[in-house]
Design a binder for this molecule. Structure first.
Ligand code: NAD
Length: 429
């Protein structure tokens, strides 16, 4: 992974917040409340490993703000997870729920572990252990977890089961991202990637560019990237490369085919973590380039959909002059220093917490359906998602035009003012 050791996502989230707090001229108390999480939990999860030893994993949950509704946010399993990453992601969740105007706050959780090297039984124990530690502080009315990097519907179901055993009743609204048929929503798997493309489609319309005439380079080939590529290609766009993490070589690679990648074909040689098999890809005519190569491609659109801290001061100037739009599928892919350069270059940015808000919006739909115990058809879910994402995009782009703001700043102005207002209305500040 290309990453800078000194990078601290929480400092980055706070820097972004400070910028918008100044634009909005927020008072000191509101700044203090919003600059830091309201609450956080750090705990140990002991697991009896398959070889008979006991290993202790570190878990976290951060509830950044719940003035607008229960905290909402995923749980990541990652070997390099840090509490500052979780804090940053929790804060971004607050802004994300606010920008799409759903009645939820922001939270995030994580466990320092690497599912590549854990059996399903060991992962189940981590899930159940996480819930045992948090059972009194999460729930449908105060904090609703969801999947994130390296967690999926199965992990959510184990967590739900443990929560229901502890509380002795059924609480389908406790967690989202559940399997379909077990309280999950149709369309959730597609939601984040499709949501990214709904905002991209609207941006291109605004810019007067035909989507069918565009090309894109994608970083990552997991849930977000795969479904974003699916819809973008269905609408006529051409993806010339994707990149993914190689667990054996401990680095990432870019897989390029200038005539366009074939999603179905690549999926056949991709593991469940979104890692692409190099030798097989070569046979299919893909060039294997270094991990950072995706950013240097002569394309109209860059779609980072892997991890945070990927567009930095050291590689931002590699971005081709042809690039017109950066649509941030990942959370926090662009550092503030790189962001300044992108702004100066005049590239249109669809910021992460707007672009990838489709996931949480669909999670909200899942909560609504779970609480009603009535489930909608997939078309209805995706139709409602399109309406929400399109409305959120235009609210941000209209404000950006009206006040001559950078798109990221306009999105922040909308989100932070909504959350600040909720804190005020509740009498917190
Ligand atoms: P995922 O685990 O399904 O896929 C991640 C992909 O990134 C994999 O293909 C992996 O090989 C690749 N990758 C990892 N490190 C890399 C590197 N250094 N260089 C290149 N590729 C690398 O994860 P996901 O669910 O697709 O999430 C991707 C990003 O989107 C994360 O930042 C996540 O927080 C964010 N996000 C996800 C959702 C969701 O609903 N899944 C919602 C909102 C935001």
């Amino acid at each position: 992974m290309s990453s800078n050791k000194a990078f601290n996502p929480f400092e980055m989230a706070q820097t972004q917040f400070d910028k918008v707090a100044a634009i909005l001229d927020l008072d000191d108390a509101t700044r203090q409340i919003l600059r830091n999480p309201l609450r956080e939990y750090h705990f140990s999860i002991p697991v009896r490993m398959d070889d008979g030893t006991t290993k202790v994993f570190r878990g976290f949950r951060v509830q950044h703000n719940d003035a607008r509704g229960p905290s909402k946010g995923g749980i990541r399993f990652h070997p390099q997870e840090t509490v500052d990453t979780v804090r940053a992601l929790a804060m971004w969740m607050t802004w994300k729920c606010a920008v799409v105007n759903i009645p939820l706050g922001g939270g995030k959780g994580g466990v320092i572990c690497d599912p590549h090297h854990l059996s399903m039984k060991e992962q189940e124990q981590i899930c159940r252990g996480w819930v045992r530690q948090m059972a009194k502080n999460v729930g449908p009315l105060n904090d609703v977890p969801a999947p994130d990097v390296m967690t999926n519907a199965q992990h959510m179901l184990w967590m739900l089961d443990e929560f229901e055993v502890i509380h002795g009743s059924k609480f389908p609204g406790f967690i989202t991202g559940k399997p379909v048929g077990m309280g999950g929503s149709l369309g959730r798997t597609e939601a984040t990637g499709y949501g990214v493309v709904f905002t991209l489609r609207e941006a291109l319309k605004d810019l007067g560019i035909r989507l069918q005439d565009t090309t894109a380079a994608v970083q990552g080939f997991g849930n977000v990237a795969q479904y974003a590529i699916e819809l973008y290609q269905q609408l006529g766009g051409k993806v010339i490369c994707v990149s993914s993490w190689d667990e054996n070589d401990h680095c990432s690679y870019t897989f390029r085919r200038k005539s366009g990648i074939d999603l179905r074909e690549l999926l056949k040689i991709t593991d469940k973590f979104g890692g692409i098999e190099k030798t097989e890809a070569k046979k299919l005519g893909y060039e294997i380039l270094d991990g950072d190569a995706w950013i240097e491609q002569e394309v109209d659109i860059l779609l980072p959909a892997a991890l945070e801290n990927q567009i930095r001061q050291d590689n931002v100037n590699k971005i081709s002059q042809k690039v017109k739009v950066i649509v941030e599928g990942a959370n926090g892919p662009t550092t503030p220093e790189a962001d300044k350069v992108i702004q100066e270059k005049g590239i249109f940015v669809i910021p992460d917490f707007l672009a990838n808000a489709g996931g949480v919006t669909c999670s909200y739909f899942e909560q609504v359906q779970s609480n009603m115990n009535y489930f909608w058809e997939k078309d209805e879910v995706l139709g409602k998602l399109d309406v929400k994402m399109t409305a959120a995009f235009h609210a941000v782009s209209d404000l950006a035009k009206k006040r001559n703001l950078y798109m990221r700043d306009a999105a922040y102005v909308i989100s932070v003012s909504r959350v600040a207002q909720a804190c005020k209305d509740r009498g917190w500040v």
